[in-house]
Design a protein around this ligand. Structure first.
Ligand code: 3PG
Length: 208
C-alpha cells in the first residue's frame, strides 16, 4: 500500500480547507478532528496557509494527518513539507511537479480530469489520484468507465461533492474517500460557524 493510499483510507471524507488565519485553522480543525475527521487538507490558497498547517500540526494530537492542498509547483511542495504537511494534493500534474514530489519522497495525490491525464500520471508512478472537478468532469459515470480500463487506479473525487452525492462516489470500488469543502461553509459575514461545522462533520461521518 502506498503512503498516500494509507492516508486516503483513514477517513471517509477529507475536508478541503481554506483558512484566513492560523487561529481560525486551529479552531475549525479541532472540531473536525473531534468529530472523527482525522485527515485534513489545508489548501495553499491564502497567505496564512503555511502558518495554518504548522499551527494545526502543533495543536492536534499526533494521529491527526495534516496535508497541503493546491500544491501546484515544486516550490510549494517544498514549502508545505517545511511547514509540516504530511501529504500533498494538487488539482493537476506537470512533469516538473511529478519529478519534484518523487524526489522529495512525499505522499502525493495529483489531480486528473481525463483518461489521458490518468494514464500519464500512472506512467509517472501515481496510482492514487484526485478526480477534479468531479461533478463537471463526468462524476460517478467517469469513474466507472475508468475502473473498467484502468482497474489499478484508486481515486479521491473532489469538486462539487455534497453530503447527498458523497455516498454514490464512495460506493464505487475504485474510490477510497471523497474530498470537499461543504463541511466548512462561510457565512455571509465571512466567518465559519463552529456549531454548524460540528453538525456537518457528524453527518458526513455518519452518512458514510
Ligand atoms: C478542491 O480543491 O478539491 C476543491 O476546491 C474542492 O471542491 P469543492 O469546494 O467544490 O468541495
Amino acid at each position: 500500500m502506498s503512503d498516500v493510499l494509507a492516508v486516503l483510507k483513514k477517513s471517509p471524507v477529507i475536508p478541503v480547507l481554506a483558512f484566513k488565519s492560523a487561529q481560525e485553522a486551529v479552531d475549525v480543525c479541532r472540531v473536525l478532528f473531534d468529530e472523527g475527521l482525522s485527515v485534513l487538507e489545508i489548501t495553499l490558497r491564502h497567505e496564512s496557509a503555511l502558518a495554518a498547517i504548522n499551527a494545526v500540526k502543533e495543536d492536534l494530537p499526533a494521529d491527526a494527518c495534516v496535508g497541503a492542498g493546491t500544491v501546484v509547483t515544486p516550490a510549494l511542495a517544498e514549502a508545505a513539507i517545511e511547514a509540516g504537511a504530511e501529504f500533498g494534493v494538487s488539482p493537476g500534474l506537470t512533469p516538473e511537479l511529478a519529478a519534484a514530489v518523487k524526489k522529495l519522497n512525499w505522499p502525493f495525490l495529483p489531480g486528473i480530469a481525463t483518461l489521458s491525464e490518468a494514464m500519464q500520471a500512472r506512467e509517472w508512478g501515481f496510482t492514487e489520484l484526485k478526480f477534479f472537478p468531479a461533478n463537471i468532469s463526468g462524476g460517478t459515470g467517469f469513474l466507472k468507465a475508468v475502473g473498467s480500463v484502468l482497474p489499478d487506479l484508486t481515486f479521491c473525487p473532489t469538486g462539487g461533492i455534497s453530503v447527498d452525492t458523497a455516498p454514490d462516489y464512495r460506493a464505487l470500488p475504485n474510490v477510497a474517500t471523497v474530498g470537499g469543502s461543504w463541511i466548512t461553509p462561510r457565512g455571509r459575514d465571512g466567518s465559519i460557524d463552529l456549531g454548524l461545522v460540528r453538525e456537518l462533520a457528524r453527518t458526513a461521518v455518519e452518512g458514510h
